[in-house]
Design a protein around this ligand. Structure first.
Ligand SMILES: NC(=O)c1ccc[n+]([C@@H]2O[C@H](COP(=O)([O-])OP(=O)(O)OC[C@H]3O[C@@H](n4cnc5c(N)ncnc54)[C@H](OP(=O)(O)O)[C@@H]3O)[C@@H](O)[C@H]2O)c1
Length: 343
């Protein structure tokens, strides 16, 4: 029906903006028709040695590509256009994950670097991928790009309806510019760029460094250490009231591969699990999985971050058939087991 109305719109307004509108609002199920095989393709995964990237590389190997290049920051600082150009040269597909990333404390301490690094990396990698003539560019955004107050569940069409929560705005907005750039290059150059917005991720290989970790690895580490040291209490940042949605990292990697193959629209897509939990409940659940029996205290002098986070995942399901498979208890158990083996 939406497609039909847009056709009429083009008929009565035969100007280029209307033609733009028709490109952007094709029914998502039609996108499935143009599947891209990854077999024998040369794929670049920036940030491919990171938490999400390492799982993505494993998932991509199943598609039997000709090669997967994982550029490391020491050799290729992607904030520099020359490094970005070298990395993407000769590739068929570029999946851009490289980013400066951290939890709420890290975001508070490094807003300038988060803005600068992420904006420059995205800008250069996409521009060089366009110049190199790659067949597909996949940009990875973040749920931190959503407005602080937005109807729940978050829908992609509400992405621009307000300013993000203050602690993650520099990071979220710098990454959101990659969406603007993707759409601009698609409009002007027909450059095949897509943009995905994963919710908070968790799983094995996550960053457990207390200086920069996200909430799940930070809490797992706190509870494991408290249990080992027989600590009487564990302190959790904030009031415990905010909610978050978490997606298991292997599910996120699978979603990115599905989208790379099957999704072609310039419209952004949420990647989530439809699972919402409060920070207080999360702390108690992690405490239980770890086997910690002491007290949990909430430090209300610390920031809460965004009040509520749950995303609408219907576009990913309609657009490329992605539905998360790993339940939260199963994913959490796997993550705790992995961390205990490493520590
Ligand atoms: N983790 C989450 O909960 C989450 C949620 C939503 C979206 N995301 C997005 O998913 C992507 C991956 O996140 P992640 O959690 O996997 O992060 P990560 O583990 O920190 O990995 C990021 C990677 O980026 C690379 N990188 C950083 N600065 C670079 C530079 N100047 N030049 C080249 N490479 C650079 C690093 O490469 P080296 O190892 O070589 O230094 C690192 O491996 C990011 O785009 C992030 O915004 C993550």
């Amino acid at each position: 029906m939406g497609y039909f109305f847009n056709l009429l719109f083009v008929f009565y307004n035969p100007k280029s903006p209307a033609i733009l509108a028709i490109t952007k609002s094709k029914p998502l199920e039609n996108q499935l028709m143009k599947a891209l095989s990854l077999k024998n393709k040369k794929i670049v995964v920036t940030g491919g040695a990171g938490f999400l990237g390492s799982h993505l590389v494993e998932e991509l190997k199943k598609e039997k590509p000709a090669s997967i290049l994982v550029p490391r920051s020491k050799e290729f600082d992607l904030r520099k256009p020359s490094a970005a150009a070298k990395v993407v040269k000769g590739s068929d597909i570029v999946i851009h994950l490289a980013a400066n990333v951290g939890g709420i404390g890290y975001n508070q301490e490094h807003p300038a670097e988060l803005f600068y690094d992420n904006l420059l990396m995205g800008t250069h990698v996409l521009h060089q991928a366009y110049k190199a003539g790659v067949k597909k560019f996949v940009g990875i955004g973040t749920i931190c790009a959503y407005p602080k107050y937005t109807p729940v569940p978050f829908k992609e069409e509400d992405l621009w309806n307000g300013y993000p929560e203050e602690t993650n705005a520099p990071y979220g907005l710098a990454k959101k510019m990659l969406l603007v750039q993707s759409q601009a290059y698609q409009d002007q150059y027909d450059f095949p760029a897509i943009y995905l917005l994963p919710t908070n991720l968790y799983g094995p290989d996550d960053n457990f460094d207390p200086a920069s970790s996200h909430v799940i690895p930070a809490l797992i580490r706190k509870f494991v250490e408290a249990q080992e040291n027989n600590a009487p209490e564990v302190t959790v940042w904030g009031t415990g009231a905010p909610t978050r949605e978490f997606l298991f990292v292997e599910d996120a990697a699978r979603a990115i591969v599905l989208a790379t193959k099957n999704y072609n629209s310039p419209e952004p897509v949420n990647l989530g699990s439809n699972f919402e939990i409060s920070i207080a409940e999360l702390a108690h659940t992690i405490g239980d999985v770890v086997g910690y029996t002491g007290k949990i205290v909430f430090d209300t002098s610390k920031p809460d971050g965004q009040p509520r986070r749950k995303i609408d995942t219907s576009r990913a399901e309609e657009g490329f058939g992605f539905v998360s498979e790993v339940t939260f208890p199963k994913g959490l158990k796997k993550t705790v087991e992995w961390y205990k083996k490493q520590s």
